[in-house]
Design a protein around this ligand. Structure first.
Ligand code: URA
Ligand code: SF4
Length: 219
């Protein structure tokens, strides 16, 4: 099965993990993407935001949420009283999956499948261990499934504090871990879903109010 585990460093903090992730070949997505897009932010962040996977701009620039979805996310964070500089932002899958549009060079986003999501999850779990946040915000269904399992549904599970299940019992050493209580997960819409929504204003207001739930859960 596809699995990033052999590529994870046995020890070291976020910088060591970022360097190792750049060489990951745990699933086939590294073949066509430009680079690994690892998470970005402080290891002391109290909120971790998890998206789906890098998009076209993120793949080119090497940082998460720097394209159109990122601009919307920045605005929603500011409106909910969260400073992006105090967060750690990452994705459930670290390589851009795409198909080329017929007769053009345009790269069309494709959702990662369960094999790719499962393969890449050790990176996400390592980031969560190393940062040790109070709250993890799942942006959309892919992040929700990576954190809460396959029965996750955005419509049913969004906007409430859900204790993060122990998805990696025994997989990762405890020595580098930020001590503290288990974080909560708050799920919400993906910013790209807001951009595509027929009722963009209502979808955006929903994103902001879910982020406010996360902001209130800070300890
Ligand atoms: N969409 C995501 O899920 N993540 C990004 O980093 C950019 C767009
Ligand atoms: Fe490794 Fe994840 Fe990239 Fe697959 S998507 S090669 S598991 S970093």
């Amino acid at each position: 099965a596809y699995d990033a585990t052999p590529y994870l460093p046995k020890r070291g903090g976020l910088p060591a993990h970022r360097r190792a992730a750049a060489e990951c070949r745990g699933c086939p997505l590294f073949e066509n993407a430009t680079r690994t897009v690892f998470g970005k932010g402080a290891s002391t962040a109290r909120i971790v935001l998890v998206g789906e996977q890098p998009g076209d701009q993120e793949d080119k620039q090497g940082e998460p949420f720097v394209g159109p979805a990122g601009r919307l996310l920045d605005k929603a964070l500011a409106e909910s009283g969260i400073d992006r500089k105090t967060t750690y932002v990452t994705n459930a899958v670290k390589h851009f999956k795409f198909a080329l549009a017929e007769g053009s060079k345009r790269r069309i986003h494709k959702a990662p499948d369960l094999h790719e999501l499962t393969a890449c999850r050790p990176w996400l779990l390592a980031e969560l261990h190393l940062v040790g946040p109070d709250v993890v915000v799942a942006l959309g269904a892919t992040a929700g499934k990576a954190l809460l399992g396959q029965s996750f549904r955005v419509t049913k599970d969004r906007g409430t504090l859900i204790p993060l299940p122990d998805l990696d019992a025994g997989r990762h050493g405890s020595e580098d871990r930020n001590e503290g209580e288990e974080p909560y997960v708050v799920a919400t819409l993906h910013p790209s879903a807001v951009l595509r929504s027929d009722d963009r204003e209502a979808a955006y207001a929903g994103l902001v109010s879910d982020l406010e739930v996360a902001a209130r859960a800070l300890r």
